[in-house]
Structures are given as structure tokens and as C-alpha cells.
Design a protein around this ligand. Structure first.
Ligand code: ZN
Length: 153
């Protein structure tokens, strides 16, 4: 048994032969470990990403992916921000945005703008990936980033 410290909080882990840090702290119904930090309960994997990227918060529409496919694992090296396409798909619960079908002609919605800025500035997602995720061309993402459009945001 080992202990890992995340944002000042300690969690017990077992390290297995795959170097997975197996944590069984407060598992949710899907079997992912959770923890209380700063009076908030969140999946520990999300805390890891927050610490790893040195950001203040991880928006709920951003997925954290376990590259080892082990839900119990909280090894920072085994966790990464999910595929941008998955994230965008989840943002649009009703599936109005047909991914990949309307590249270059899709219209962004107002609420997409802060998301795009967050993905780019806070999470360092590549512009091309953001453009693909939203089904727009890279130039559009460029314009949003430099504030040419949607200045009110
Ligand atoms: Zn792992």
C-alpha cells in the first residue's frame, strides 16, 4: 500500500504490474474513485488532471480518459484529457451537431465560444483538433481566439 498526495490530500493506492495506481476510495456507481478536496467531491482522476495541468477547474464537459482502461487507476501518467470529439459530442446532448458532416459550414452557437477559448487557452488543445471537434474550419477557431468575432464574450 502506498499513498499519493493530490492537491494536499492523501489517498491510499496499490501499484500493480502495469504501474496502475489502484485506488478504491469512495467508488461511484461506475467504479471510479472519488475524493473530497476543497469541500468538493470529484472523481480523483479529474483532480489529477487539474493538478497536472495546473488549472483552477475542469469544466464538466471535458472528459478525463484512462489510457490504461482501468477505472481504479489514478496514475497521472495514465490519465489524459479525453478525445476532443467525445467532449464536443457530450456537450450537445441532443446531437444537433453532426460531427464531420458539415465541416466549414457549421454555425457555432454563442455558448460554444467560451468553451472554445477554454479548450485553447486553459487546456492547450490544438486549434486543428478544436476545429474538427466543432465541425468548423481552423480559421474560424483562429478568429475566436484572437477575438475578431464574438467580442462580447
Ligand atoms: Zn493505469
Amino acid at each position: 500500500m502506498y499513498v499519493i498526495e493530490i492537491l494536499g490530500k492523501q489517498f491510499d493506492i496499490d501499484i500493480d504490474e502495469n504501474e496502475c495506481y489502484n485506488c478504491k476510495n469512495d467508488l461511484n456507481s461506475y467504479g471510479y474513485p472519488r475524493g473530497w478536496i476543497n469541500k468538493r467531491r470529484l472523481l480523483i482522476s479529474r483532480w489529477i488532471i487539474i493538478e497536472k495541468l495546473n488549472i483552477d477547474n475542469l469544466e464538466s464537459y471535458i472528459h478525463v480518459r484512462h489510457i490504461c482502461d482501468n477505472r481504479l487507476c489514478i496514475n497521472p501518467d495514465h490519465l489524459e484529457i479525453g478525445n476532443i470529439l467525445d467532449n464536443v459530442r457530450d456537450m450537445d446532448e441532443r446531437g444537433r451537431r453532426a460531427l464531420g458532416e458539415r465541416v466549414g459550414t457549421s454555425k457555432l452557437k454563442n455558448e460554444d465560444i467560451p468553451k472554445i477559448r477554454h479548450l485553447y487557452f486553459d487546456l492547450n488543445i490544438h486549434k486543428r483538433d478544436i476545429a474538427n471537434g466543432f465541425g468548423v474550419c481552423e480559421k474560424t477557431i483562429d478568429n475566436i481566439i484572437i477575438g475578431k468575432y464574438w467580442k462580447s464574450f
